[in-house]
Design a binder for this molecule. Sequence first.
Ligand code: PLP
Length: 391
Amino acid sequence: MSRKVYLDNAATTYVSSEVLNEMMPCFNAIYGNANSIHGFGRDAAAIVDRARDRIAAAINAKSANEIYFTSGGTEADNWAIKGLAHANANKGKHIITSAIEHHAVLDACAALEKEGFTVTYLPVDSTGVVSITELLRAIRKDTILISIMAVNNEVGTIQNIKTIAKTAHENGILFHTDAVQALGALRLDVQDMEIDALSISAHKIYGPKGVGALYVKNGVRIENLFDGGSQERGKRGGTLNVPGIAGFGKAAEIAVRDLVINQQKLRSIREYFLSKLRENVEYIHINGHPHQKIQGTVSVSFEMIEGESLLMLLDLDGVAVSTASACTSNSLLPSHVLKAMGIEDELAQGTIRFSFGKNTSKADIDYALEVLTNAVKKLRAISPITKAGRR
Ligand SMILES: *Cc1c(COP(=O)(O)O)cnc(C)c1O
């Protein structure tokens, strides 16, 4: 069968036609360097300004000059963690994050540990939520930064960002959040949520790959990322990716404009998927929080199944899903997120992430479930593990 169904929207999304239309003129008609003084440059700069305004509006930043364009979420996370740590190291060298962060945050923290910083990795409960009690217990006199993701990319659990940020500030600590999976899935308001720094990325919200942004609240000290030019107020030198930035601006505007309608659509797709899944497949576990979650991501553990094999069987029939997150799918280690949630290795290895998009239809779900049901049957028939125990 030639049908193709893409259920890996948490890894990346297609570029929507509205976004593509916004980008196209920036490749040839408006090709100036946004830093040039002449008319060609000013035209490109006007496009960048508009995109910056749109991104600021999407997260309710006070001012557009709090938005710094980057090459994506990974760069924004690295810059936030290392840049904030370095610029504030005179106050202390302790950082708090969680055990379920994206590797962009975890590995940036590990790099800081090599430099002499100390990092506390907060545990999560079985639904993937960071406990405020644990957070309070971890805070020290020399803690300078707390970084907790807004939405987890593997299981979709939403953290209590506003409470965590408030706790950070009551203790004179900066707060950063990786909001890559949150943008477009829930309302973000950096002022109301008291966020000092926030990372976002275009390609998770129907924008282009290779562009993202770091919001840094005015007055918060952060080290420059790249020396070499006056771009991004001297903090990140380098000629701006004008088409990418234009597309990101449009994608962010649309994400907020269509937030509620997308949430409703994804909720109905998700419920349809789960009801049909439960009807057709036994011995499954849905991971993450029952309500405090985004609508588009469902993590399912299949007993007596090896996740990679299931993924490959689905792929043979044109259904795209992922095990854990795209970034770790080449590693054979069980997901650090599922591990932190207390899911045993064998079950974690049998876990698949289904992430729906705004173009996912019920017909897509019907087809995916038909393929999935058959694949699960096939694998369980040859599994060395059975419900009664090992064969
Ligand atoms: C995708 C993702 C990133 C990385 O963003 P890129 O733009 O792909 O570098 C960071 N954090 C989370 C939670 C993500 O889902």
